[in-house]
Design a protein around this ligand. Structure first.
Ligand code: HEC
Ligand code: HEC
Ligand code: HEC
Ligand code: HEC
Length: 113
């Protein structure tokens, strides 16, 4: 009986830490935090304002054109289209599920990280 209880407690602990781990990695900001990127690196204008794309580009290529080059081999380049140089958070979200803005009209199979 005692052993079963200890085992159950240990399993519950394992489950808890596994789900906590998954939750931490869930959103873009959490994955950045896990790489040591601080809130202020994205939120250059203060934490209560959504990041400006230049704060993202500082680490991701330096310019939209350079970023687009990193995804140019995909069937459809999400960073180079007739929508122009759209704000990063039209697709990438910091703290919620991302969304491919193109799919308001198209049906692409790309997944936004
Ligand atoms: C201080 C540097 C830094 C800033 C600022 C930054 N990133 Fe990143 N980002 C990284 C690093 C490091 C990685 C992991 C290596 C890689 O994929 O380039 C990464 C990975 C990513 C990835 C792909 C991997 C994943 O976890 O999904 C996306 C998408 C991304 N960043 C988008 C953004 C957006 C959008 C912003 C602005 C809101 C941003 N980043 C701001 C450093 C940064
Ligand atoms: C129209 C939607 C859209 C916008 C706007 C957008 N992205 Fe992306 N991004 C995507 C998609 C979709 C992918 C995944 C491409 C793939 O399948 O590898 C991606 C991938 C990335 C990656 C990972 C690239 C790699 O080499 O794996 C980074 C970094 C990134 N985006 C940064 C940005 C930044 C910074 C901005 C703003 C300057 C931005 N994105 C704007 C849709 C978008
Ligand atoms: C990878 C870049 C990135 C990092 C790191 C990041 N955020 Fe964000 N944050 C965003 C983006 C993009 C938005 C716009 C809304 C969304 O996509 O969730 C946002 C929105 C917010 C908002 C709502 C502001 C508004 O009016 O839209 C708050 C508050 C916030 N972040 C706080 C934080 C805090 C606190 C941290 C550190 C623990 C943090 N963020 C780290 C990218 C980031
Ligand atoms: C408001 C609706 C709308 C949005 C949002 C939109 N498109 Fe389009 N797109 C169109 C229309 C309309 C055409 C022209 C008709 C056609 O060829 O399907 C088109 C054509 C295209 C084409 C050339 C035709 C083809 O299918 O090969 C590409 C590539 C494309 N879009 C990519 C994108 C990408 C990438 C995004 C997101 C960054 C995007 N579109 C967002 C409406 C939209």
């Amino acid at each position: 009986m005692k052993n079963t209880l200890i085992l159950a407690a240990a399993l519950a602990g394992l489950l808890l830490s596994a789900t906590a781990g998954a939750a931490e990695q869930k959103f873009l900001a959490d994955r950045h935090a896990a790489r040591g990127v601080a809130c202020e690196s994205c939120h250059t204008a203060g934490k209560d304002k959504a990041p400006d794309m230049n704060s993202c580009l500082k680490c991701h290529g330096g310019s939209y054109k350079a970023l687009a080059k990193t995804t140019e081999n995909l069937d459809v380049n999400p960073h180079d289209s007739h929508l122009g140089e759209g704000a990063c958070d039209k697709c990438h979200s910091g703290h919620k599920k991302p969304l491919l803005v193109c799919d308001q009209c198209h049906e692409f199979s790309m997944k936004v990280p």
